[in-house]
Ligand binder design. Structure first.
Ligand code: DLL
Length: 437
């Protein structure tokens, strides 16, 4: 039975801090971060000189807008250790985000950074419903991906019994979840869905003890979330974060809450218009820009995440004072423009989950059709669907996408199991044939 109580705080002194005190803490940490970045990271000294700002100019939180932005390219051009603000010898851990093109983005942590991250993870996991004493099955990939070790350390700190399973080997995952009595599942949402499906197929009971799913690292629609919650009988936490900011542990929803609390004692969040770079108000969708407030090894100023969301400062019923972002449904660079219409993969996912006869194993193939860019939605039939019915279901999917998203696509309903599964790592939903041509 899922625990729906919102009355457990891992770090109440920080989570419930009145906003004026939270802002004072942010300002103290911001000036310290900017000073260290300026004095110790040549990239930041040069970038700040270029826009004519010094650490002394940062007197209030609004002055953050005077600082230069940081992009992935800044990190890449300082590969591997050029963004460090401490001697390499003080860095006890390295992670790197894969990056499909070019050099990976390196992230370094001092011992204190690991401790801060671990605290943030314990806090986040508790916020989403995990409790001391839980059996936490970690199916996130261990290694350079921050989702493995990040959750591992956080779960131990919270007081859980951790199974460091890592990704892959679905049959073994199910067996250990059942035998160890997992109460918390940590995974990418696409893999959680796959585990739910595989458990149903094999009749292995992972449901009766499971209470909470802690998922993230890739966009997932509300419809996918509802589907996983009902199939597994759990509540879920949506973890949004990125390696450059530490990994998971930047933001998460509270139990039953709308939006994700951003831990503002450690991160300063802005939402900006990605075209003009001007700040946007509450409720307006734009690019998330984050400044680290508590990182020693690698302070980062105004990082352009490319993720799209909006911010809310409305008080939350859980009592936490930290602002919330709307769930991240996509990145500006995931947006496809098909026949002039902006399309996010998560919009297609929402439609697929509502059509009987298909399951949400899907792939969006983008290709050139004469002068036009076209898209074929490939989706698997549910095992109950007869082959003779594929064409009819494809027509339903096409019509629903046309009315919900406003774009005409081709639809190919495939046999069950025909599309790739992502047992390890993030699901890749888009195959762009124009890039491989
Ligand atoms: O994915 C960190 C993480 C691990 C978060 C485990 C949550 C759970 P990166 O590999 O650097 O770090 O990828 C970061 O993934 O900019 C988003 O585009 C996407 N992303 C992460 N979490 C979510 C989420 C980790 N909950 C990039 N919803 C980010 C949507 C997400 N997108």
């Amino acid at each position: 039975m899922a625990d729906d109580r919102n009355d457990f705080f891992y770090a109440p002194e920080l989570e419930l801090l009145p906003r004026d005190q939270l802002r004072a803490l942010q300002l103290a940490r911001l000036t310290d971060t900017v000073t260290r970045a300026y004095e110790r990271v040549p990239h930041y000294q040069a970038a700040m000189k270029e826009v004519g700002v010094t650490p002394q100019d940062i007197r209030g939180l609004d002055d953050i807008r005077r600082l230069p932005f940081t992009t992935k390219d800044c990190l890449r051009s300082n590969y591997p250790f050029g963004m460090f603000a401490v001697p390499r010898e003080q860095v006890v851990r390295l992670h790197a985000s894969s990056g499909t093109t070019g050099l990976p983005t390196v992230v370094g942590y001092t011992a204190k950074d690991i401790d801060t991250w671990t605290e943030l993870m314990a806090r986040s996991m508790a916020c989403a419903g995990a409790r001391p004493g839980d059996v936490a099955h970690n199916a996130n990939q261990y290694g350079m991906f921050t989702g493995g070790l990040g959750f591992h350390y956080g779960a131990e700190r919270l007081g859980c019994t951790v199974t460091p399973m890592s990704g892959g080997n679905t049959a073994r995952q199910l067996m250990l979840m059942r035998d160890f009595g997992a109460t918390v599942l940590i995974a990418n949402p696409s893999y959680a869905f796959k585990l739910a499906e595989a458990a149903e197929e094999s009749g292995i009971d992972i449901k009766s003890k499971l209470r909470v799913g802690l998922f993230g690292a890739e966009p997932w629609s509300d419809a996918m979330r509802a589907e996983i919650e009902s199939r597994l009988g759990i509540i879920t936490g949506d973890f949004w974060g990125l390696s450059e900011m530490t990994g998971p542990g930047v933001s998460v929803n509270c139990i039953g809450g709308h939006g994700l609390h951003v831990w503002e004692d450690c991160f300063f969040i802005e939402i900006v218009d990605p075209d003009t770079m001007e700040p946007l108000g509450d409720g307006e969708i734009g690019e998330i820009v984050i400044t680290t407030l508590a990182k020693q090894a690698q302070p980062i100023l105004r990082y352009r995440t490319r993720d799209l969301s909006s911010l809310s400062h409305e008080p939350c019923s859980c009592g936490r004072t930290h602002a919330r972002i709307q769930r991240v449904v996509g990145r500006s660079d995931d947006m496809l423009i098909i026949r002039g219409v902006n399309v996010f993969p998560s919009q297609i996912e929402t439609v697929l989950l509502a059509v009987p006869g298909v399951v949400p194993h899907y792939e969006l193939v983008v290709h050139q059709e004469g002068p036009m860019v076209a898209m074929t939605v490939r989706v698997e039939a549910s095992p109950q669907l007869g082959q003779g019915e594929y064409a009819g279901v494809a027509a339903v999917v096409r019509d629903r996408i046309k009315s919900a998203v406003g774009v005409t696509v081709h639809v190919d309903v495939t046999a069950p199991g025909a599309l790739p599964r992502w047992e390890v790592g993030k699901a890749v939903r888009v195959r762009d044939l124009r890039r491989s041509a």
